[in-house]
Design a binder for this molecule. Sequence first.
Ligand SMILES: NC(=O)c1ccc[n+]([C@@H]2O[C@H](COP(=O)([O-])OP(=O)(O)OC[C@H]3O[C@@H](n4cnc5c(N)ncnc54)[C@H](OP(=O)(O)O)[C@@H]3O)[C@@H](O)[C@H]2O)c1
Length: 417
Amino acid sequence: MAEHSNHAVVYGASGLIGWAIVNQLLNSYPHVGAFSKVTAVTNRQLNLAETFWPETSQGPGLELVSGIDIGHEGETAVANALKSTVKDLETVTHVFYLVFAANDDNLKEVEINRRMFTNVIRAHNKLNPNLKFVTFPGGTRGYGIYVPGGTFTPPLREEMVNNLPADYAKTVVYPIYREILDAESQGKTWTWCEVCPDAIVGFTPNGSQFSLALHWAQYLSLYAYNHGIGPGAQESNTTAAEVPFPGNFSSANSLFSPVSSQRMARFMIYASLHRETCGGGRLFNIADNEVPCKYGELWPRLAAWFGLKGTGPAEVSTAQDNTLKVGELSKTSATALTPGEYASKYRDIFARQGRPDAVCKGVGYGSRQLDSVGYWLTFDRQLSLDRLKETGFERDLDPVEGWLESFEMFRKAGLIL
Ligand SMILES: NC(=O)c1ccc[n+]([C@@H]2O[C@H](COP(=O)([O-])OP(=O)(O)OC[C@H]3O[C@@H](n4cnc5c(N)ncnc54)[C@H](OP(=O)(O)O)[C@@H]3O)[C@@H](O)[C@H]2O)c1
């Protein structure tokens, strides 16, 4: 099949990574003609006008298919739903799978996500004789970072996922995705890869379960407003108000490797077009930069965008506490409100200042976990990018770029002041 007839289908297109993949494809990454069609599938209803995807004459054609729940029991129901709603379904060549449904019960979460993934992969395996590539994101959770203090000594290398303790591995869905893809691709012409990010920084048009950039942007935006800074505020301050890093000393100073959603998206597309070097079920770490960073160093640069002075951790103790579980804040954490609590308390300011979308399109389910990022992630967890570099993918970026681009987009979309 000629390259110009590549047809990408993106599941979870309204999510953090999914939105960026559609955005990159419509912007003709990696070059004009690489894809002729993009089908963006979303669960919640989404109007094209609200997506902020570019309108281009040169890029591939876009079809938005909204309101598709892929979580039904029974793969036939999902295959039939796709057949009746996705035009030219039989021409799909590339599947980008970015769906994730969180659940408080880890085993239930694995089961829900296993079912959705199976439904989608089996449907395409049946319906797409010309399928070439499937790609999905894993995450550092797959390196055991949900164990207090972490599991492996960093830098985290791709082969470590094979040594994940069994009782932990069963709480993560990524190993199951690999098994499904290995089994389903047997004897077929298509192949697949997995891409592993740590924190992903990016834009979504209608909120997200786990967007740290949106979580902190709404907090900083309201904090600046309440201190007389920024759009709509009574400009009362001549010196920038201070805003402490929402966390503790160890978390502010631990090493990690964030990635912008746009770069992650570009690599997933790049990998899908380089099956010889990136296929065969390979796993690739992805980050903006080989040099890891610290939240404590990023914070002042993020706060500065809102006219604030980002200072050291809210919690002053320098003792390392590696006992906290994901979602927990230190017992001694500051009496001040967490970003999530602060946003809940002052959210009505968005509506009063003509930003009604910001009230309902924030961070949903993951708010508590994102509040705890500055507390329980007290250990180094940086990624090795050696394998990524071997693929010849683009040069490294300054990690702050992705944050600031996201803040610009949140403002444009009316999700912050
Ligand atoms: N966020 C991060 O920083 C991060 C870091 C490392 C790894 N990851 C991994 O990346 C993957 C994607 O995460 P993300 O952050 O992009 O998530 P996200 O922004 O919350 O997006 C998840 C997507 O899944 C869709 N979805 C949920 N239930 C669905 C259903 N029943 N049917 C169809 N679609 C459904 C959602 O659609 P609606 O919104 O329309 O419901 C949404 O588009 C996950 O495996 C996650 O673990 C994320």
